[in-house]
Design a protein around this ligand. Structure first.
Ligand SMILES: [Zn+2]
Length: 130
């Protein structure tokens, strides 16, 4: 009988101590600063549909344009006029190439502005600046 007396050892040991581990880790409130989020206002940009220009891009050559005055659609009359760039170019050529060459920009259409006018009523339509 005594052989079975010690079969079950004394299970009533000390209860597990939870005193040190029982308290959950409290996260200090300072670690999570409540920064006020700026209100992001989504400004919905309205889609801007650019109207295609009624007038074609004017060049140094006559172009088919719609006259704003008489509303006719025909080739414009191009007049070449000396612009500030023409004068500057003439001055540069005068310095570099001599006085006899300084009139070249005034003779070359590509060095001058092209003003487009209506062939019917002569209304000013636009200027192509070289
Ligand atoms: Zn016209």
């Amino acid at each position: 009988m005594d052989s079975k007396a010690n079969m079950y050892p004394n299970m009533q040991g000390e209860p597990p101590k939870y005193g040190d581990l029982g308290a959950p880790m409290m996260i200090p409130a300072e670690q999570m600063p409540m920064t006020p989020q700026p209100a992001v206002i989504a400004v919905q940009q309205p889609a801007v549909y650019m109207n295609p220009p009624t007038q074609p891009i004017l060049g140094s050559m006559p172009a088919v344009v719609t006259c704003p005055a008489c509303n006719t659609r025909q080739f414009s009359v191009v007049k070449h006029e000396a612009s500030t760039k023409t004068h500057l170019l003439a001055m540069l050529i005068c310095i570099l190439g001599g006085v006899c060459c300084c009139c070249i920009p005034y003779c070359v259409d590509s060095c001058q502005n092209a003003t487009h006018h209506c062939p019917s009523c002569g209304a000013y339509i636009g200027t192509y600046q070289n």
